[in-house]
Write a protein that binds this ligand. Structure first.
Ligand code: T3D
Length: 261
């Protein structure tokens, strides 16, 4: 696949997406929104892809909506429709993708960029990264899934504070608050996240995908519903080649070789 606003490549079971508008701190224009949606769709369809890694080119992860484009749209454009046709599809695509997504958060993620960062499954941040609900600075409310993800991750009080102040939350604080899994030295971020991605791509990726589904659906379920859903999905995992391989490897005292089937 060839894109103009992102880079996309697949190697060793890992699809890497790089948001690539560094002069605008990887702000999303309409083309970048649709190319990113397309890249996640392609990663979902491609059996060779077993893990996805997303990062930003340059010093930012993403500064959110391109405000130059926003201003240029004129007054008759509906923001609600723009969200529905753009960021909503992107965030839904990421959550529905039954493959782990690693967010290599290399710098600031602001506004919708923060929404995209929070829609990843494992977030590993550079020690120079930061998170910012920039929306109130321009008189908007948080969007792109941030109202859903953030209170679940950090609790209402911290999420609402981030929305009210629109101040940067450092990587160290994001770790303390549970927004990211790890913080690593900036210069080691590419190497560490690539190693994570390869490790996940070598794992039982069918089970990883079903786990993502179970946990995401679980938010809206009672305990009884969740237990039943686990049993249903475990029937699927329990019939997989990976399950047979995992048990055989344990009994034979060797490392398993999973193929994601
Ligand atoms: O219609 C809809 O769908 C609505 C959806 C809205 C979703 C949203 O994301 S709303 C929130 C949009 N984002 C922002 O409000 C953040 C805007 N950017 C900033 O506040 C700052 O740039 C940062 C705090 C992120 C970083 O600050 P700093 O000082 O490190 O960098 P800078 O100098 O401000 O930016 C560097 C360049 O990137 C600069 O361009 P220049 O002057 O060198 O030519 C700046 O204009 C450009 N840039 C940064 N963010 C954006 C941007 N250009 C367009 N859109 C941006 N969002």
């Amino acid at each position: 696949m060839s894109y103009e606003t992102i880079l996309y490549q697949v190697a060793d079971g890992v699809a890497s997406i790089t948001l690539n508008r560094p002069s605008k701190l990887n702000a999303f224009n309409d083309q970048m929104i649709s190319e990113t949606i397309d890249a996640f769709k392609g990663a979902g369809r491609d059996a060779a892809v077993r893990c996805v890694l997303i990062t930003g080119m340059g010093r930012a992860f993403s500064s959110g909506q391109d405000l130059g484009d926003f201003q240029g749209r004129g007054e008759n454009v509906s923001i609600g429709e723009h969200l529905r046709h753009g960021y909503h599809r992107l965030v839904r695509q990421m959550v529905a993708l039954e493959k782990p997504i690693i967010g290599a958060i290399n710098g600031i993620s602001a506004g919708a960029g923060c929404g995209v960062a929070l829609a990843t499954d494992i977030r590993i941040a550079a020690d120079t990264a930061s998170f910012m609900l920039a929306f109130s600075r321009i008189g908007l409310i948080p969007d792109s899934g941030t109202n859903w993800f953030l209170p679940r991750l950090v609790g209402y009080a911290r999420a609402y504070e981030m929305a009210l102040t629109a101040e940067r939350v450092s990587a160290a604080r994001a770790l303390e608050w549970g927004m990211v899994n790890y913080v690593v030295p900036s210069e080691q971020l590419p190497e560490i996240t690539a190693a994570w991605a390869r490790r996940l791509a070598d794992g039982p990726t069918l089970a990883f995908g079903l786990t993502k589904r179970a946990m995401n659906r679980g938010w809206d379920m009672t305990l009884d519903e969740s237990l039943e859903y686990e049993a249903h999905l475990q029937e699927v995992a329990g019939r997989s080649q990976d399950n047979r391989e995992g048990i055989a490897a344990f009994v034979e005292k060797r490392e398993p070789k999973f193929n994601g089937n």
